[in-house]
Each structure stands twice: as C-alpha cells, then as structure tokens.
Design a protein around this ligand. Structure first.
Ligand SMILES: NC(=O)c1ccc[n+]([C@@H]2O[C@H](COP(=O)([O-])OP(=O)(O)OC[C@H]3O[C@@H](n4cnc5c(N)ncnc54)[C@H](O)[C@@H]3O)[C@@H](O)[C@H]2O)c1
Length: 249
C-alpha cells in the first residue's frame, strides 16, 4: 500500500497501459482521477475501480487544451483535496495516422504534437502548485523506445517527452517535485495489436535480447517504483522498460 492517502491523476487511463496504471495505483491506496478524452472508456475504468472498493473519479479531459488540463486539476483538488502524483500517459497511438514527413497533413502533425508532447507540459503546469503546497509530488511521463528507433513524428514527440522530463525535473526539483519518464518497448495492448503489423512485431521482438512482447504488468511494476518513495532520489531520468530493445552506454 505505497500510495495510501495519495491523489493521482492518470491521463489517457480509459484503456491500455493507462488503465493498468490507474487500477494498480488504486489497489495500493491512491485516489485516482481518470483523465481521459473518451467518456465511455474513462467512466468504465473509474467504475471498475470503485466497484472493487477503490477511490476513483472520471474527468473528461483533453490534454492538448489548457482549460481542460486546469479543469481536471481543479476537479481532483475539489474531490480529494490536492494532487500528489501525475502520470502523463495519454497519447494519440491507437488509430494513429502514419505519413512521411514530406506528406503529413500539417494540421494533423500540429495536433499530434499538442497531444503527445505539449500535453505533458500543460498537465505539469496545471498540477505543480498544488503539489508544491503539499510538500512535493511526482510526475511520470510516458515515453517510448520509439524515441530512439522510429523516425516519424511519433518518435519525435517521444524525444520531446524525454527532453521535457529533464527540463521539468530541473525546474521543479526545488519544490520537491520529481519528474521521470518510462520508455516501454512493444507492449501487449489493444493499440499495439491494431497498430503494429504482426510481421513488423515479430522482427522487432527477434532483435531484442529478451525476445518477447512486454506485458502491461512489466510497465506497471517500474512505474509504481518511480512514483513511490523508493525512488525518492531519482529525477530527470528516462527509464527503458523494453526487454533491452534500446541499449545505450
Ligand atoms: N503499447 C505499446 O507498445 C507502447 C510502447 C511504448 C509507449 N507506449 C505509450 O504508452 C501510452 C499508452 O499506450 P497504449 O498502448 O495504452 O495506447 P492507447 O492508444 O490504447 O491509449 C491511449 C489513451 O490516451 C487517450 N487519449 C488520446 N488522446 C487524448 C487526449 N487528447 N487527452 C486525453 N486522453 C487522450 C486515448 O483515448 C486512450 O485511452 C502512450 O503514451 C503510448 O505512446 C505504448
């Protein structure tokens, strides 16, 4: 029960890895705000947590809208008295449009970066004051092994996430707010099943030292460590949880 009396916002928690983060945090005692764009999936996850005896609230949220990020922070404070933990997991990933740099529709590209990269900044801006008032907090950003291995705008946004993780860690450290990122490799979610062609996945897995697809629990285990006091002197880091897909000296 590492998160008893803690209040956590998890963005994009309506499905996939985000839903697993939310359930795991609630299981260890946190009150969890499901900050999700899709009301149907978001409510379902919040209900599943409360039905299991946990504390959860659904807040319809678009992380690319400043007013929406401020509103979800206000809802969390009103319902649970403040915010201790922020997991910036939301991204356009399932059903993402792929296009070469020379052809990508500019409006789509800008929206993509607003959700997948700038949303992290907007959420951090919305929560940092209440975190500081409570003596500190933790922000965990969702990167990806694609930051190093994919050339498209998905990879660029995740490189931006890594950069923002360092920048925010520097700026917020004095307020005792730690900022880290987790960079999963290919993980078994509905989005991966729909998004990554089976032959591409097979090739990716064959090249990895631990040649298997990641389980959501693999990602959850590392995320909970980084969010917990066990990692109280860890900040500004991007941690690969990817079966060794990305190996950096
Ligand atoms: N699945 C993988 O293999 C993998 C690997 C590395 C990194 N990731 C990252 O992990 C995260 C979750 O991945 P997933 O497989 O669960 O993806 P997913 O597409 O299933 O989940 C993303 C969630 O974010 C929500 N969302 C989208 N736009 C939003 C917005 N503007 N505001 C709020 N919520 C929004 C979606 O509705 C969805 O519930 C993403 O950041 C993804 O880039 C995934």
């Amino acid at each position: 029960m590492r998160f008893t009396d803690k209040v956590a916002i998890v963005t994009g928690a309506g499905q996939g890895i985000g839903a697993h983060y939310a359930r795991a945090l609630a299981k260890e005692g946190a009150a969890v705000i499901i900050a999700e764009l899709n009301p149907e999936t978001g409510k379902r996850v919040a209900d599943s947590i409360t039905d299991a005896g946990g504390k959860a609230l659904f807040a319809e949220t678009d992380v690319s809208s400043e007013s929406s990020t401020i509103a979800v922070a206000e809802s969390a404070c009103k319902a649970f008295g403040g915010i201790d933990l922020l997991v910036n997991n939301a991204a356009i990933f399932a059903n993402m449009m792929r296009a070469p740099w020379m052809d990508v529709d500019l409006a789509y590209y800008k929206k993509f970066m607003d959700v997948n990269m700038n949303g992290i900044l907007l959420m951090a801006r919305a929560v940092h004051k209440t975190m500081a008032e409570r003596g500190g907090g933790v922000i965990l950003n969702q990167s990806s092994s694609a930051a190093w291995s994919a050339g498209g705008y998905y990879g660029l946004a995740k490189l931006g996430v890594n950069g923002l993780t360092i920048a925010l860690a520097k700026e917020l450290g004095a307020k005792n707010i730690r900022v880290n990122a987790i960079a999963p490799g290919p993980t078994d979610t509905e989005a991966t099943q729909n998004n990554v062609p089976p032959d591409v996945l097979k090739m990716l897995l064959a090249q990895m030292p631990l040649s298997r697809i990641g389980d959501t629990q693999d990602i959850v285990n590392s995320a909970l460590f980084l969010l917990s006091d066990d990692a109280s002197w860890v900040t500004g880091q991007t941690w690969c949880v990817d079966g060794g897909q990305v190996l950096r000296p």
